[in-house]
Design a protein. Structure first.
Length: 222
């Protein structure tokens, strides 16, 4: 299995528990937006602890970007990444993953499940092909948004933010359930891109199929 040792160029928190890493890009390294790679920290005790993370950068950028939710509650890889900064080294592997853009549709993300869509939406925006795509972005509260301002700028009225625990007037404060999907989606023959916690993805997938979506039109990393 190919391994690529790369330096962290810059790292910093973009909200209370999500950290953005800019890392060196190995020569000739490319990926399809939506893909991920297995990442380890190149430091004693951590080199064999591989965890998958998605590229949120574009291929044309000179560096790779990862956007990683840190779980500080136990001594896992993301906890360690929370303490990993510029100058440290990561070990990357080959890109992999099933979530890639197939055509216009609705992207439905739960929490850090937005990361493959960040890469795809950034690329579509850059290529002036974003129009006609929509994003339904579910988070616990607005403080959990990842690149919220950029998504708003790119998608404008094609972005629906859903907060499951905001409790503030003016916010869509609810879950993505059957009624929500009936209300917000008029065409079930389009592509649907789903990413988030397993339960979130399986529940939404079942509702979409029940409402008439085609199994071939669902793009899910399973
Ligand atoms: C293809 C793919 C792409 C991904 N891309 C991204 C990405 O771009 N960004 C991103 O943020 N995530 C991404 N993930 C998820 C990411 O891989 C996991 O969050 C990461 O592996 C967690 O590693 P960890 O060692 O910190 O936690 P692990 O030890 O692997 O634990 C993972 C989960 O279990 C819980 N958990 C486990 N043990 C304990 C414990 N003792 N106490 C409390 N909680 C515990 C954690 O809270 C967490 O929810 C992706 C996953 C896949 C499959």
């Amino acid at each position: 299995m190919a391994e690529f040792k790369v330096k962290v160029l810059e790292a910093g928190f973009i909200n209370h528990d999500v950290k953005r890493f800019m890392v060196q890009k190995p020569a000739g390294y490319t990926f399809v937006p939506g893909q991920a790679t297995d990442v380890a920290i190149n430091k004693p005790g951590w080199t064999d602890k591989l965890r998958p993370f998605t590229f949120t950068s574009l291929n044309k950028w000179e560096y790779l970007e990862f956007t990683i939710k840190i779980y500080p509650d136990h001594n896992g890889v993301t906890h360690e990444l929370g303490k990993t900064n510029a100058g440290a080294e990561l070990i990357l592997h080959e890109p992999f993953g099933a979530i890639t853009y197939k055509g216009r549709g609705t992207f439905i993300a739960g929490g850090a499940g937005i990361t493959p869509f960040i890469a795809i939406l950034r690329e579509l925006y850059h290529n002036k092909q974003l129009k006609g795509n929509r994003l339904i972005n579910s988070n616990k509260t607005s403080s959990d948004l990842i690149y919220g301002d950029e998504l708003q700028m790119m998608l404008k009225e094609d972005l629906v933010n859903v907060y499951t625990r905001e409790n503030v007037i003016g916010f869509l404060d609810r879950r993505i359930d059957r009624d929500f999907l009936i209300e917000h989606i008029s065409d079930f023959s389009q592509y649907f891109y789903l990413c988030g916690p397993d339960k979130f993805v399986s529940a939404i997938k079942a509702i979409l199929l029940d409402l008439g979506a085609n199994i071939e039109s669902l793009v899910v990393d399973e």
